[in-house]
Design a protein around this ligand. Sequence first.
Ligand SMILES: C[S@@+](CC[C@H](N)C(=O)[O-])C[C@H]1O[C@@H](n2cnc3c(N)ncnc32)[C@H](O)[C@@H]1O
Length: 284
Amino acid sequence: MLLKMLLSEQGSIYLHIDYKIGHYVKIVMDEIFGAENFRNDITRIKCNPKNFARKGYGNIKDLILFYSKSECPIWNEPKMPYTQEDKTKLFPKTDKNGKRYTTIPLHAPGETQNGNTSQAFKGILPPKGRHWRTDVATLELWDKQGLIEWSENGNPRKKIYLDEQEGKRVQDIWEMKDPQYPLYPTEKNADLLNLIIKTSSNADSYVLDCFCGSGTTLKSAQLLGRFWIGIDQSEQAIKVSAKKLDSITSDIFTPKPTYELIRCEIENTTTNIAFVARQADMLP
Ligand SMILES: C[S@@+](CC[C@H](N)C(=O)[O-])C[C@H]1O[C@@H](n2cnc3c(N)ncnc32)[C@H](O)[C@@H]1O
């Protein structure tokens, strides 16, 4: 509830949790953030399969619950590079210059009345119950540019070239295993935090990790030019976080982090103490 109060209207919260407790936490999160602000339950492949003797299937995943504060969170669409297999499967054709491409239909569901997406293109009307994806003038232009492929029975399709794509859409299963020789028992994969921070924040955003452990989030936030705050009840965690932050070597894009450490005594909680690491050049 406190994190919801602190979160900006454009902010998001990612709650990374074990599979044994995650479903109960989802119900609490729905109640606090609203089921309508639930965006994903991300399955994170955390390790290689292990051969424990336990009666049950091996556990190689945990989950990340992703909620936004409102319906318009910061969203910088992430893309993943295509694998060689994706390239041949998704872009099976090759043009005369050796460039890989695929084709997609030029029409979409729904009829438009009197619009310029329902008119004839090269004497062909869109199929019944459908309209052209764009106006006829643009279709003419694409055809002139060689971007339309005509099938043997005279159907036009748009060519989509592999080298013009930024990559593929990121899905909700992430294989991002934790470091094999961690600095801290629960240290997370830095790529995981980089993805989350890049996608759901901007360069001037504030990133808060209130269970920061070894400071993986803080380091990613620093390297990505965000402001950051880390909190942990463990003095050891803050020591490891400080070490990780101090290991950043500065260059023209990333200054060496300067930060302050604050020890807070908290009354009436089971924790009693929290250590806060806070980037020094943040606003008050
Ligand atoms: C799973 S670890 C975080 C790991 C971290 N993401 C990393 O990459 O190292 C959770 C952390 O939460 C801290 N913690 C647990 N309960 C807390 C509380 N009530 N207040 C502050 N920190 C707490 C623990 O000390 C632990 O370091």
